[in-house]
Design a protein around this ligand. Structure first.
Ligand code: PRP
Length: 190
């Protein structure tokens, strides 16, 4: 789809272009590779579904610079409906394996209220990982409700509801290769 087609599909403006995302992913992967240069391996834990695009791109770049990686996924939900966080976190899909003794890197698309990540970090600690750090492509400082330590942050965004590159509005727009803001009219479409 061209950008013009996305526009007619409800996108008001682009917040992060494909190129900005690609460059930032490279930058973050190099930082992580340097910090984990002595690690035997790194376990990436992606938070479905939003992080799927970033996880895939980040892992591929990290593979060029860093230690061998393994991929795990969890699915948790903190949004009930609509456009704001509810604070309710549920496990929809748990880890498939034990992570005791492993260096774990949580891969998040966005930290909004921080509720999901705050819960997840506590949970991962109970699973006895050797270390747990976080890479988040995006963060919304104005939306934060719980302070969470995010070691690697790509972009700080304004407090707009954003979609694309994994982020959805009612399960749509995840496949968009860039991040954008919806037109108000798009909220009313079925
Ligand atoms: C989004 C996003 C983060 C979380 C951030 O996921 O992918 O995981 O919300 O919000 P928070 O900081 O306010 O907790 P969501 O729960 O919408 O599920 P999804 O990734 O499947 O869309």
């Amino acid at each position: 789809m061209s950008d013009a087609t996305w526009h007619s599909a409800g996108i008001d403006r682009v917040i992060l272009t494909e190129e900005q995302i690609r460059e930032k992913t490279e930058e973050l992967a190099k930082l992580v590779a340097a910090d984990y240069a002595d690690a035997e391996s790194l376990l990436l834990v992606g938070v479905l579904k939003g992080a799927v695009m970033f996880m895939a791109d980040f892992a591929r770049v990290l593979g060029r610079y860093g230690p061998p990686v393994e991929l795990e996924f969890m699915a948790v939900s903190s949004y009930v409906q609509g456009t704001t966080s509810s604070g309710v976190v549920r496990i929809l899909k748990d880890l498939d394996r034990e992570i005791a003794g492993r260096d774990v890197l949580v891969i998040e698309d966005i930290v909004d209220s921080g509720l999901t990540l705050s819960w997840l970090l506590k949970y991962l600690k109970t699973r006895s990982a050797a270390s747990v750090d976080v890479v988040a492509l995006m963060r919304k400082p104005a939306a934060i409700k719980v302070q969470v330590p995010v070691k690697y942050v790509g972009f700080d965004l304004p407090n707009d509801f954003v979609v694309g590159y994994g982020l959805d509005y009612r399960e749509r727009y995840r496949e968009m290769p860039f991040v954008g803001v919806l037109k108000p009219s798009a909220y009313n479409t079925p």
